[in-house]
Design a protein around this ligand. Structure first.
Ligand SMILES: NC(=O)c1ccc[n+]([C@@H]2O[C@H](COP(=O)([O-])OP(=O)(O)OC[C@H]3O[C@@H](n4cnc5c(N)ncnc54)[C@H](OP(=O)(O)O)[C@@H]3O)[C@@H](O)[C@H]2O)c1
Length: 254
């Protein structure tokens, strides 16, 4: 059995990704907040809902998906039942050291998922406390694996990884929207323009992942001398596209 404390944007996305990709909803117990968000999600997915953290006693792994203002209170309550469990916090401001400070000898991890976990195509960075064994890590991998890729990184890289993988779905949405606008400007129907831009983003990402070439070589392959694509690439550079992306990450990191 696994437990969740908090089922808002990211907790809800992870739970949805688990259930929609084959993890048994009967194996999930969720303690939500004071709104009816968890109840609504429960009606869709069919997991078990509880009112108190104490009722997560029968779980082996607990995921914490509450925000910074709620986490200390949650950890203090969780301490009473957590001694034999693996605890993974998604809370951005959490750290392995801070989790340990309250939970003591409990094995803890800090993870930053992104929203594509909801469709099983997520990218989650994770840092484990030193007492996590390979078997413990395998257990977390066997759960979060349902939601996409899981990559272990040192904690000092978790923040930037969270920005590159976690803020960028919104950046890509802006790119897709802009590309669709350009298609409409040149006469495409809006629906078809979105379909084309989204289909391209999925296909180009799949190709980039599966190809032995890096993305720069893939770009070289489709830019014939004097052709339309290299003229488009040059215009992207002229209008600062690359720098805009780097500045977007800088801004998110600030
Ligand atoms: N959103 C992302 O893409 C993302 C990605 C990675 C990490 N994170 C981190 O994850 C944390 C949560 O972010 P979020 O976007 O999911 O926020 P959110 O949508 O506000 O969700 C937080 C949830 O926690 C619930 N909650 C609050 N106190 C609780 C308690 N004592 N017991 C049980 N549930 C409680 C709230 O319930 P009610 O709604 O009922 O009040 C709310 O649904 C943040 O620290 C954020 O940095 C977010």
């Amino acid at each position: 059995m696994i437990g969740f404390i908090g089922a808002g944007s990211i907790g809800g996305a992870v739970i949805t990704g688990l259930v929609k990709n084959g993890f048994n909803a009967d194996e999930i117990i969720v303690k939500g907040g004071s709104s009816n968000r968890t109840k609504l999600l429960c009606e869709q997915l069919g997991f078990q809902m509880v009112k108190k953290i104490k009722q997560l006693e029968d779980t082996d792994v607990i995921f914490i998906a509450v925000g910074a203002s709620a986490i200390d209170g949650v950890l203090k309550e969780l301490k009473e039942i957590a001694s034999d469990k693996l605890v993974v916090a998604f809370t951005g401001s959490a750290s392995v050291a801070n989790l340990k400070k309250i939970l003591g000898s409990v094995k803890v991890a800090h993870a930053i998922p992104n929203t594509p976990v909801k469709v099983g195509a997520g990218f989650t960075g994770i840092t484990y406390s030193e007492d996590f064994t390979d078997e413990d890590k395998k257990k977390i991998g066997s759960i979060l694996g349902y939601t996409g890729q899981l990559v272990e990184v040192p904690e000092n890289q978790l923040g930037i990884l969270g920005t590159v993988a976690g803020c960028s779905p919104a950046f890509l949405d802006v790119f897709i929207e802009a590309l669709s606008d350009a298609g409409v400007k040149h006469g495409l129907d809006r629906k078809l323009a979105y379909e084309a831009a989204i289909g391209m983003a999925i296909g180009a990402s799949k190709l980039a992942k599966q190809s032995e070439l890096n993305v720069s070589a893939l770009k070289d392959e489709v830019t014939s001398p004097g052709g339309s694509t290299i003229r488009g690439v040059a215009a992207l550079e002229e209008y600062g596209f690359r720098n805009a992306v780097i500045k977007a990450v800088d801004a998110a990191e600030d």
